[in-house]
Design a protein around this ligand. Structure first.
Ligand code: MEV
Length: 304
């Protein structure tokens, strides 16, 4: 009996880093997905996961699931992805969630989305030690989410596909490393960093309203503001700043880094007529355009 599932990648829209310290964030699931095919075998585990950069997520998912819901057969697991693990779209979280969901289907156990999130978040922390869990939430629930650390609040926003242009900076960010490095700095100057996190938190609250109003001009302004604060946290790079600047000069309402910083993707909110212009400017500045849409569905079973 084969089970096939898929979970979406994600992009952080607002609130990265501050979310780790208890402030809210907004994340969207994207249309690029990660697929998992699970087959029962007699014994042992066969894992074919070429596009997942860290197979520990697959191994830990099996271990945690089996501990909670024991089963007495082996597994053959194959994964396939629409997106490169370089982009920072959350391939580790997507594989964790898609695999958990698939395993629950394989043993005919109905796991609620909340249980799926909690298990996924635990696995995420077991493997990388840090993280708010926003990526696990995007893979699980999909859509555009207002999110608080550990899933304390997960609320779907009533918006539509956000008119984004996305460019990969060409550099793969090491998220746990950047999060841990910032934590060291926060310890030495709490008041400075928390005042920034606080300002980011306020931006997120405004963004939530403007996203529901589909006010892209104001969303763009907030992105510029959020990016300025991320620069103050020291997580941006010259290349990322240049990509954001060029997108704005070419007509974007606003742009910012998305994720931990240090690399990964830049997102720009752009009206339809200006999209080609902005894409061209981003390519000229050394970015690679990634065509995905936002507000995608969460984990599901792929019926063949
Ligand atoms: C990384 O994509 C986003 C961070 O906020 C980390 C996290 O929330 O787990 C920097």
């Amino acid at each position: 009996m084969k089970v096939k599932t898929s979970a979406p990648g994600k992009l952080m829209l607002f609130g990265e880093h501050a979310v780790v310290y208890g402030y809210p964030s907004i994340v969207t699931a994207v249309s690029s997905r990660l697929y998992v095919e699970i087959d029962k075998i007699k014994s042992g585990f066969k894992i074919e996961s070429p596009q997942v950069k860290d197979v520990r997520f697959v191994e830990e998912t099996i271990r945690v699931f089996k501990e909670k819901y024991p089963f007495n057969f082996g597994l053959s697991i194959k994964t396939k992805s629409d997106f490169s693990s370089q982009y920072g779209f959350g391939s580790s979280s997507a594989v964790t969630v898609a695999l958990l969901y698939g395993l629950s289907k394989l043993i005919n156990f109905n796991l609620s989305k909340k249980d799926l999130f909690d298990l996924g978040y635990q696995i995420n922390l077991n493997v990388q030690g840090v993280g708010s869990g926003f990526d696990i939430a995007a893979a699980t629930f999909g859509k555009v989410l207002y999110f608080l650390r550990g899933g304390k609040v997960v609320e779907e926003l009533k918006t539509e596909s956000i008119p984004l242009v996305i460019a990969y900076s060409g550099i793969k960010a090491d998220t746990p490393k950047i999060v841990k490095a910032l934590r060291e700095k926060v310890i030495t100057n709490k008041s400075f960093y928390f005042s920034i996190f606080n300002q980011i938190g306020k931006i997120v609250e405004k963004a939530r309203i403007f996203l529901e109003e589909k006010n892209w001009t104001k969303i763009g302004k907030l992105m510029i503001e959020n990016h300025r604060l991320l620069k103050q946290l020291g997580v941006s790079t010259d290349k990322i700043d240049r990509l954001c600047q060029k997108a704005i000069e070419a007509g974007a309402f606003g742009a910012k880094l998305s994720g931990a910083g240090g690399g990964d993707c830049v997102i720009a909110v752009v009206k339809e007529e200006k999209k080609d212009n902005v894409k061209k400017a981003l390519i000229e500045a050394g970015g690679k355009i990634i065509e995905v849409s936002t507000n995608a569905l969460g984990v599901n079973e792929v019926k063949s």
